[in-house]
Design a protein around this ligand. Sequence first.
Ligand code: F6P
Length: 419
Amino acid sequence: MSHAAKRIGILTSGGDCPGLNAVIRGAVKTAERHGYDVVGFIKGYEGLVDPVTYIPLNSKNTAGILTQGGTILGSTNKGRFAATVGVQNRLEIDPVLLAGVKATYEQLDLSGLICVGGDGSLSVAQQFHEYGLPVVGVPKTIDNDLSATAFTFGFDSAVACATDALDRLHTTAASHERVLVLEVMGRHAGWIGLYAGIAGGGDVILIPEIPWTFENVCGKILERDQQGKKFTLVVVAEGAELPDGEVVTAERRQDTRQTRLGGIGNVVAHEIERRIGRETRVCVLGHLQRGGGPTTFDRVLATQFGSHAVRLIIERRFGEMVCYQPPSILSVPIIDAVNKLSRVDANSSAVQAARALGISFGDTSDLAGPFGIDKRIAIEEAPIETPLAEPPLEPVSPSSESVPVEWEAAAAYADAAMW
Ligand code: F6P
């Protein structure tokens, strides 16, 4: 392989998410400015071999893709390059395929390949690296569950979608005094549920990281009833286990692909109706969370990831994956990044803030002390400082405009209806 090669390959693999095109554009523009050509392989790793399928990419044919959802290169979830998630469950890629990929690198004189994918796809990239092929990784997933990076692009867009759904469900739930259950994605991590639940004013958030019971969920609904809040928004993550430990699945797969989660929203809604007779409806957001254009945050993150991936290739830092460790974009060895799940910490500030607001996680509610901090954790009261002597305040004369009685009633109603 020529060291003077000035061509970079890029592919997008696994499930799509908003921001993939922004990565491609960021990589292409950066590469061009450093004198590199770029080729984009079609349908993920499949385009690398038998038949080799790619398109030349340049700033002209990538113009305007920053805002587009999906991926202009297409993607394949697993296919012939299934390396199964994780180190323990690793499947070795067929050596014939690897030899074919090597031949493609040589034919196209590739200096390096940028693999944009989730943990499964990055496990394939790791095997390329071990085989001696120059490769770098870019993590993507709406689930935000890779521990090497504080955020993956796609997550913020998915949360924005789920938040918008909650805003819409809020008004219809309030009008009909119903319980509305929103099921969101995220696999075994509750990031989407937690963030959307907070941003969308959810009343109950059920996530895989916090065990919950139906008694507590129903208790929260009844508590709201007593406060005059006749509707409740429940956000449930698809991977949240039922109280008996069962994970609700939409389909068990016989092949190497992961079991498809889904259906817990219906189970939760049905059980709420059965237990307390409250009219309950379900909304399963599904792939709406994966579609559409990226948010501003995801555009910025994805652009930086694409650009930084090119830098890794130019600096010959192969086998590394870009990551975001605020405030910087850095890189870590791919091997250290795959299979290390990032899950919600049940004592994180986001969970504490949610509890402090009265949001229920369906667990024992009396664990929530002041500021939502677990009551078992001691909170030190700060000493009171002696106030400086201040001049006495001028007495304020009472307002001549008293609030009409009907306004007060309307305000109380609006308060109950909205929150
Ligand atoms: O990993 C991203 C994700 O959208 C998960 O949140 C979800 O469980 C899964 O992919 C859905 O996969 P598929 O598109 O294969 O149904």
